[in-house]
Design a protein around this ligand. Structure first.
Ligand SMILES: NC(=O)c1ccc[n+]([C@@H]2O[C@H](COP(=O)([O-])OP(=O)(O)OC[C@H]3O[C@@H](n4cnc5c(N)ncnc54)[C@H](O)[C@@H]3O)[C@@H](O)[C@H]2O)c1
Length: 384
């Protein structure tokens, strides 16, 4: 059984490895150590506590100020990262219920906030309105947080939306998911992808990446897309665009990336070829109607962790990976670079809010911030 300090050392080593190959955050850390943009401020961060977040907070804390952290979700809290941050003198709240963690952070009277999902900002607005006058700025990282923000009128301080900029769609949704998903499929199944036939359902940024990385791995790829414009894009990118039932009748692998519910149901699988492997790379856990498939199955075999094979009425065997949850997230697969790039945008957003005068309300991440993050990424990727 490893001790908390052993786990912290492991997290620290992992952060060192990440920074060794894509040093975008240490470059920012050097800059913040010199300019100290949050000197004298208290910053509250509600984030998923992975080693990548540890890498971010390590660099942010070089810029002065006091940092307080709450865990956004127990399921995404790495104990090694928590201990690593505590060893750096940062207060990290992981216990109690969510409400409780937020209140503990807010008791330190922060003046800047970072949130995933608008939970911390919501807690401040509802439970600690006395703190509102001292908030100089907040950053929201996720689409769900932006949606919650927009349901609310008259936000009394500036909140930067870093989800809807140019970089996230182009880098994380497209390249990040595309690369990570197929890596996860190989890891779980041991299948060599080359020469097999794959169907990608949905041709937004996520679907485009899935299709491109599948082709690069040697798969024969088809795209199922309901929007005619995007179907045309898929055609000109060189992919056949059959109906779902046609694609199912010949695919070895089918992946959903649509954001829509029940895109593949038990009834659809009536036309599936025997041996189909099915997985999701899109939203939540319901793009594939897992419950419907479970109900319709005449036999269920757990092949391995995250790998369940169903025998259907038609006698076809269909193997579901990751129980229909986004597979790259279930396996935490793929390169950390897209998230690190987004964290660089986050840090630059905080720097902007700490140094500029900004009107209350939602503010889309300014082009200058994404330009700066892209330039830093290029310096890290292609050092001169
Ligand atoms: N796995 C991850 O790590 C990860 C990362 C980023 C985004 N996402 C999620 O992936 C999903 C897709 O993201 P996006 O940016 O490509 O979204 P998008 O909305 O731009 O594209 C989705 C596409 O799916 C198509 N579609 C919807 N229902 C369909 C159906 N029944 N059949 C065929 N096509 C259908 C739409 O027409 C659209 O073109 C979103 O839910 C997003 O939240 C996942």
């Amino acid at each position: 059984m490893s001790t908390a300090d052993d786990r912290a050392l492991k997290a620290e080593a992992e952060i060192g490895r990440i920074n060794a190959f894509f040093p975008i955050l240490p470059r920012l850390g050097n800059r913040w150590a010199a300019s100290r943009p949050w000197e004298g401020r208290v910053l509250a961060l509600n984030l998923h506590l992975t080693t990548l977040t540890g890498a971010l907070i390590q660099e942010l804390s070089l810029g002065g100020g006091t940092f307080l952290v709450s865990a956004a979700n127990p399921a995404t809290t790495d104990p090694g990262t928590v201990q690593f941050l505590r060893n750096q003198g940062i207060e990290v709240y992981t216990g109690g219920d969510m409400e409780d963690r937020h209140q503990q952070v807010l008791n330190h009277r922060p003046s800047m906030l970072v949130d995933v999902g608008f939970d911390l900002i919501h807690a401040l607005l509802e439970k600690r309105p006395d703190l509102v006058p001292q908030i100089t700025g907040a950053v929201e990282v996720t689409r769900s947080g932006i949606t919650r923000l927009r349901q609310r009128k008259n936000l009394p301080f500036p909140m930067m939306n870093i989800n809807d900029g140019r970089l996230k769609n182009a880098v994380e949704n497209r390249h990040g998911v595309g690369e990570a998903f197929w890596q996860a499929v190989s890891r779980l199944t041991g299948m060599h992808l080359s020469g097999r036939r794959a169907a990608v359902v949905g041709y937004g940024p996520v679907g485009r990446g899935l299709a491109a990385y599948a082709r690069a791995a040697g798969l024969n790829v088809e795209v199922v897309e309901r929007d005619p414009v995007r179907r045309l894009f898929a055609h000109y990118d060189g992919f056949p665009t059959p109906s779902l039932s046609e694609a199912l009748s010949r695919a070895h692998l089918l992946v959903t990336g649509t954001g829509a519910r029940h895109v593949v149901t038990a009834a659809d699988l009536g036309s599936a070829r025997d041996g189909l492997v099915l997985a999701n790379a899109g939203h939540g856990g319901d793009e594939i109607d897992v419950h419907g498939i479970q109900r319709a199955a005449i036999r269920v075999d757990q092949i391995a962790e995250h790998v369940v094979r169903y025998r259907l009425d038609s006698n076809a065997r269909v193997t579901l990976l990751g129980n229909g949850h986004p597979l790259n997230i279930v396996l935490n697969s793929g390169s950390p670079e897209p998230v690190l790039l987004q964290f660089a945008v986050l840090g630059l957003a905080l720097e902007y809010l700490a140094t500029q005068s900004v009107a209350p309300g939602e503010l889309l991440v300014p082009d200058a911030i994404e330009d700066a993050a892209a330039a830093l990424a290029l310096e890290s990727l292609e050092p001169s």
